[in-house]
Design a protein around this ligand. Structure first.
Ligand SMILES: Nc1ncnc2c1ncn2[C@@H]1O[C@H](COP(=O)(O)OP(=O)(O)O)[C@@H](O)[C@H]1O
Ligand SMILES: O=C(O)C1=C[C@@H](OP(=O)(O)O)[C@@H](O)[C@H](O)C1
Length: 286
């Protein structure tokens, strides 16, 4: 019993580490999960190109999805194999963990021959992320953007969707070579910027996403000690620019020509850039 699914990565509008409200947008770079289910005792995970990386998240996603949706298979399925392939690096602030969890839950459902409700499937992946400790708030903001596409604004304390809007933007992403695991982020420092995060949440709920992003970027570069230089290179010509998640990537949105010029500046530094777009379609089964 095999299944395959894809889920997009995402960029940040509001980091939820300050007050548990977050906002994110899906981008056109994706993670694929391939799941094979059988009657074996255990679930084995593999991450393409990252043999040392922790596979607990995707293994727990398969396990929870079998528990939740496996009724019809009458004990024929107890274990299996899951493999992810990703266009974005892990722990770079581009929500690879949310994309991997969504793709894995949907691929498991496909293997079981079940069509899951997208938000239910998304909350299952968030539960797995909490259980294996790869998240601070559960990151329902990132997970819902990846599952539904477009922009989402959420309350991660209740895994509640506050807004979801399809947007068509050009997007520039820069990922430096370093990695920053969300679970290691300085949460106490992020909580200090919660009055600013409240303003960002209001801007996001009014649909003023670009301004929200830029305010978020300055606040969280300060809280997490990332440079504001890449933001100042982008402003004032872009619509919005921010540190994405807990870093180290930055994302900018705006006119494609402006982003192409900005890419030349960001490319002077080490790392990788992508000139891409938002995704209005979220995760999907093949
Ligand atoms: N493509 C992937 N496949 C499987 N697990 C992944 C993948 N990407 C991330 N993860 C899991 O999520 C953890 C990193 O999560 P996090 O620090 O939130 O990074 P990100 O910003 O990329 O989501 C990894 O240690 C790994 O357990
Ligand atoms: O673990 C978490 O609760 C979160 C991690 C951050 O994202 P990254 O995983 O991209 O760093 C942040 O943007 C998000 O709002 C909440």
């Amino acid at each position: 019993m095999d299944g395959r699914a894809h889920a997009p990565a995402a960029g940040t509008i509001l980091n939820a580490l300050a007050n548990e409200r977050g906002a994110a947008f899906a981008i056109d770079l994706e993670t694929t999960a391939i799941v094979s289910l059988d009657g074996s005792e255990d679930i084995r995970g593999e991450i393409d190109g990252a043999p040392e990386a922790d596979t607990a998240l995707i293994e727990r996603c398969v396990e929870l999805a079998i528990e939740e949706y496996g009724d019809g298979v009458n004990g024929q399925v107890s274990g299996g194999f899951v493999r992810t392939e990703s266009e974005v690096p892990l722990a770079a602030g581009l929500k690879s963990s949310s994309a991997a969890a969504n793709a894995t839950v949907l691929a498991t459902c496909a293997a079981l021959g079940v069509e899951a409700d997208p938000l239910e499937a998304c909350r299952l992946g968030v539960r797995a992320a909490r259980e294996v400790g790869v998240t601070v708030t559960g990151a329902f903001d990132d997970a819902s953007a990846s599952m539904l596409g477009g922009v989402t604004v959420t309350d991660n304390s209740a895994d509640e969707l506050l807004a979801n809007e399809a947007v068509e933007w050009d997007v520039l992403v820069w990922t430096p070579p370093e990695r920053a695991f969300s679970a290691d982020a300085d949460v106490e420092s992020c909580r200090k910027v919660s009055p600013i995060a409240d303003v960002v949440a209001e801007l996001a709920l009014q649909g003023r996403y670009g301004q929200a992003m830029s305010v978020n970027g300055f606040a969280f570069c300060g809280a997490l000690d990332f440079p504001t230089g890449p933001m100042l290179e982008a402003l004032p010509d872009v619509e919005g620019v921010s540190l994405s998640g807990t870093g180290p990537s930055y994302v900018a949105v705006g006119d494609r020509h402006v982003l192409a010029d900005l890419r030349e500046e960001w490319e002077i530094r080490d790392g990788t850039t992508w000139l891409t777009t938002t995704r209005t379609e979220g995760a999907r089964t093949e």
